[in-house]
Design a binder for this molecule. Structure first.
Ligand code: GLA
Length: 710
């Protein structure tokens, strides 16, 4: 490493500091990642460097312990190492030292080498303007024999007072359900071997100070931007190791680097907040919104045909549905599964991406043109990575399956997976999708992925890595070829929600569950990672198809407003009253979407587990909208007052009830007087500290409130 290099580098952005130590003979090491340490002079940095080395405890190695960017066995590291691999059994314990470094204000690029092991690691650390730390490594085999990669991890330190872990788990229709546990000695390890992100994904591995909440506590979180297999962990050991880590999960033999070949990790997003987990969400949302390709046009009101007609594709029925939708203010009409090949149910035809001559004898032109003539965009469903054994494609190319042809895995939803990393498969999918997009002026693809990968095999070895990279490349190619085309990431509902897929898609379908109570929880979890404009949220029919619970339209609308609003319901058969309510709800969404889709998300730390409340406050803090959901029957005689965090403490706000689809049902004869008063104006401090009393609501009822600064 250049000898004129200072021993500590200090990156700072938006309230976050990263201190990087650069020992001359070892790897670089992150000494601190967290709250901004303030400006530090060279002299101060030297003092910090001097105190950054600990003592030598009893019964340990006879030198102070150090952990590099890729913690090494060769340094006595006893936790999960940074680089696992071997060269015919040897080179299993690399010893890297920094050989080169370039740094500007917020980006550091490091090259570490171990000549004897024949390895080079290029690492990029960037602290972006939103205070999000981005980390990535590329491993190059500089030796002259093959090197097999077991794992290349992205690891960041956490301080001793981070004692609680929070992450997510779930299942189909219950995605991103939170779980919480103490961080003890050992590792809390979440591994995904589904070949897709998974409805049970950890999503964010978060640690925080004791009892951290949405709006309080110090919090550190990591997310791996990758849609394939992965591990993510929080680890603590008596030797002082305290880290968050993540890595792509590789099968044996999956990545074997020939001399000169390289392997690059997915990107790690490491986020710190000094103000609870909402601070994590806020940094991530701001970061995503700053992307050049972040959707900037108002998010159009969607009607998706799935729960309206399922596989019953009938031109007259769908045209009528489109008429009703356009009349209510819908802006995008999406034709779901059932339009291609012999697809009359979910048993066959995936892969046959040619318009069904049985269901659509005149092609999709009549419905696409009808929709477009009504002023709506036309969208279409695909499930590109999948194939049914009962399909023309399978009959022609049985060898295109991502599996050992003599050992096809069990089907799931009757389907197998295509080997997209085969160039002919990706070329076939590109040409099918691209030609339909152009022919029908398709503005939006719903890109589905409805099964896990099992024993995925490409070119004689484990194939999840190759598959994930090939799907990313296919998405990139389609977008390049069709500027403006928007793509939704759907996977049995919300099983592919991650920042890798969102690099090349424009929203996610958060879940197949449109039950408003359940959906609010799912959206709350999803919005910890991504902002509301990227989260598809639809008003379903009165009785939810996936839970069989019935909710009032007002409740369903209140849930769907906190996302990218749409409808998933046969509104042609809805009552007149429901249609009138929907019309008002759509108008309200269209009025509020500039706020909902640019403002800061505010999760209220409500004391009552039978309630949940969430809001969005505009960046200038002059307007806000909140919703309160009575999700169950509480034990309180009257609900705890609803407080409104995130407002400007120097302002007064007018509070108005919004009831586009009718009022919430209340119990008891006397609501609080403000509820029926002509006008309620209060200082922000009162609203955020005292809060407002609410009427006693029936369970599964929601209230919407708008706050406007005077
Ligand atoms: C998946 C999706 C649904 C729908 C169906 C169609 O389950 O999550 O929204 O598109 O596939 O088969």
């Amino acid at each position: 490493m250049p000898t004129d290099q200072p021993e500590l580098l200090h990156l700072r952005a938006d309230g976050v500091s990263v201190l990087l130590r650069l020992p001359p003979d070892r790897q670089a090491e992150i000494l601190w990642w967290g709250t901004d340490l303030g400006p530090l002079s060279d002299a101060e940095l030297s003092s910090v460097a001097a105190v950054s080395v600990g003592g030598v405890p009893n019964n340990s190695l006879d030198r102070p312990y150090r952990r590099g960017l890729l913690p090494e066995r060769s340094q006595g590291y006893r936790g999960r190492p940074g680089l696992v691999g071997h060269r015919a059994g040897d080179a299993f314990a690399p010893l890297l030292r920094t050989a080169q470094l370039t740094a500007d204000a917020n980006t550091v690029v490091l090259t570490a080498v171990d000549e004897r092991s024949g390895l080079q690691v290029d690492s990029t650390l960037e602290l972006d303007a939103q205070g999000v730390l981005h980390l990535r490594h590329t491993l190059t085999n500089t030796g002259d024999t093959a090197f097999e990669v077991g794992e290349l991890a992205l690891i960041v330190p956490i301080p001793p007072d981070a004692t609680e872990i929070a992450d997510f788990t779930g299942r189909w229709t219950a995605e991103r359900m939170p779980q919480r546990l103490p961080l003890r000695e050992g590792a809390w390890l979440r591994q995904n071997r589904r070949g897709r992100t998974g409805s049970d994904a950890a999503t964010l591995m978060t640690v925080g100070t004791e009892s951290f909440r949405f709006r309080s506590g110090q919090v550190w979180a990591v997310h791996l931007g990758w849609s394939g297999d992965q591990s993510v962990w929080a680890e603590s050991h008596p030797d002082g190791t305290r880290v968050l880590g993540a890595a792509e999960l590789l099968e044996a033999g999956e990545i074997v680097l020939a001399p000169g070949e390289r392997y690059t990790t997915p990107e790690l997003f490491a986020v710190h907040s000094a103000a609870g987990s909402d601070g994590i969400a806020d940094r991530l949302h701001t970061m995503l919104r700053a992307r050049a390709h972040h959707p900037s046009a108002p998010r159009p009101v969607v009607l998706n045909t799935w729960e309206a007609v399922y596989f019953d594709h009938d031109l007259a029925r769908l045209k009528h549905l489109a008429d009703v939708a356009a009349d209510l203010g819908v802006e995008r009409f999406v034709l779901d599964d059932g339009w291609f090949g012999g697809r009359r149910n979910d048993l066959s035809s995936l892969g046959d991406w040619q318009v069904s001559t049985e269901a659509w004898p005149d092609g999709l032109g009549p419905i696409a043109q009808h929709v477009q003539a009504l002023g709506m965009q036309f969208g279409l469903w695909f499930e590109p990575e999948m194939i049914n054994e009962d399909s023309e494609l399978y009959r022609a190319h049985p060898d295109w399956v991502l599996a050992d042809p003599d050992r096809l895995p069990d089907t799931s939803r009757h389907q197998q997976v295509l080997d997209v990393a085969r160039p002919e498969v990706s070329a076939y999918l590109f040409s099918c999708i691209d030609s339909l997009v152009k022919e029908y002026r398709i503005a939006f693809l719903k890109w589905d992925h409805n099964r896990d990968l099992v024993a995925a095999r490409h070119d004689g070895r484990a194939g999840v890595h190759a598959q994930t990279a090939a799907v990313y490349a296919l998405l990139d190619r389609l977008r390049d070829a069709n500027p403006g085309l928007e793509i939704e990431s759907c996977s049995s509902g919300g099983a592919r929600v991650d920042l890798g897929i969102l690099q090349r898609t424009d929203r996610v379908w958060a879940s197949d569950c449109n039950d408003a109570v359940q959906r609010m929880q799912i959206q709350r979890g999803t919005s910890q990672l991504i902002p509301l404009e990227l989260i598809g949220a639809h008003v379903g029919p009165p009785t939810a198809h996936t839970s069989h619970r019935t909710h009032d339209l007002s409740m369903r609308v209140a849930a769907a407003l906190f996302g990218h609003f749409g409808i998933e319901w046969d509104i042609a058969s809805a009552t007149e009253a429901d249609r009138a309510g929907l019309r008002e709800a759509i108008a309200l969404y269209r009025r509020l979407r500039p706020l909902l889709h640019t403002g800061s998300l505010v999760n209220v730390d409500h004391p009552d587990p039978a309630a949940m409340a969430v809001g969005v406050v505009s960046k200038d803090r002059r307007s806000a909208v909140f919703t309160y959901h009575q999700i169950a029957m509480g034990v309180r005689e009257a609900p705890a007052p609803l407080v409104f965090p995130g407002l400007d403490p120097g302002l007064h706000y007018r509070v108005s009830r919004l009831e586009p689809a009718g009022a919430a049902a209340t119990i008891g004869s006397q609501p609080p007087p403000w509820w029926t008063a002509d006008e309620t104006v209060l200082p922000a401090t009162m609203l955020s500290l005292l809060g407002l009393p609410l009427p006693v609501l029936h369970p599964e009822q929601a209230v919407l409130l708008e706050l406007t600064a005077l």
